[in-house]
Ligand binder design. Structure first.
Ligand code: MTE
Ligand code: MO
Length: 256
């Protein structure tokens, strides 16, 4: 756990008037609805989510530092007929769903996502297994999608549902998923990436779309994202801890 990051988050929450009483373990109770103002202000369906310019960016690197060999980890190709079908048709009939606590549940094709405002960033990916690699990611800022769908005031977390089942369960209980809070969801480097190193996102790295949330560890970066859900609580999703690996003991806030 990175203490600096948690201290900064605690400060953000305290200055925004959020009571931290009874919440001594921040990583387990990351409830954040409002962030202190300074730069940009969004009105998300009555909820004033004010974004701060003091949110630090993860370090970005020059193109010369891009790793020649970026390991693919975890699932390298989801093992389902549905995914194979999407792959064979080059994801032309794949749709990203965004639903849950939003005013306008939405669906977008890959081409529609590519036509939206985009951001490219060269960052270092750190896996808990002890390896790192630098890659360039291009995608649509998650904040843009959330703005389109209009978050409802009670939304607190953004959940990513993936196509791959890591334990080969037949009931979907092993499907990879992740969740982040609204601070990370609106961070400028939080993007839904459809390209890596200038090429369409390869299947081993999460085609057609993966999350990049650059201030956290590799396992937060959900690959093969099929659906994004805005929720007020994730205790009834999976085993209740906010992600596939979190359900198996990893920290929910995986700050680097
Ligand atoms: N859907 C899905 N997302 C995932 C994983 C996975 O197995 N399935 N592995 C995670 C882990 S532990 C890491 S380090 C990164 C690996 O991303 P890469 O394959 O692009 O290196 O993806 C993360 N996201
Ligand atoms: Mo990882």
């Amino acid at each position: 756990m990175n203490e600096t990051v948690l201290t900064r988050r605690a400060a953000l929450m305290a200055t925004s008037g959020l009571l931290l009483a009874g919440c001594d373990k921040l990583s387990e109770s990351p409830t954040v609805q409002t962030v202190l103002a300074s730069a940009e202000e969004l009105n998300l369906g009555g909820q004033r989510l004010v974004l701060t310019s003091s949110q630090p960016l993860a370090r970005e690197y020059p193109a010369s530092e891009i790793s020649r060999d970026f390991k693919a980890n975890g699932t390298v190709q989801p093992d389902s007929d549905e995914y194979r079908r999407l792959m064979l048709t080059e994801f032309t009939d794949w749709r990203l769903k965004l639903d849950g606590l939003v005013r306008k549940p939405s669906e977008w094709s890959l081409d529609e996502l590519k036509a939206m405002p985009s951001r490219a960033q060269i960052t270092r990916h750190d896996c808990v297994e002890g390896w790192s690699a630098i890659g360039e990611w291009t995608g649509v800022p998650l904040s843009h999608l959330l703005q389109q769908a209009e978050l409802l005031p009670n939304a607190r977390y953004i959940v990513f549902r993936c196509a791959d089942d890591l334990i080969g369960s037949h009931d979907g209980s092993g499907l990879y998923y992740e969740s982040i809070d609204l601070i990370d969801a609106h961070h400028p480097q939080t993007i839904m990436a459809y390209a890596m190193n200038g090429k369409p996102l390869p299947v081993p790295h999460g085609a057609p779309l993966r999350l990049r949330v650059e201030r956290q560890l590799g396992y937060k970066m959900a690959k093969y994202v099929m659906r994004i859900q805005a929720v007020d609580d994730f205790s009834k999703i999976g085993l209740g801890r906010g992600g596939f690996w979190e359900d198996r003991g990893y920290e929910w806030y995986a700050g680097i």
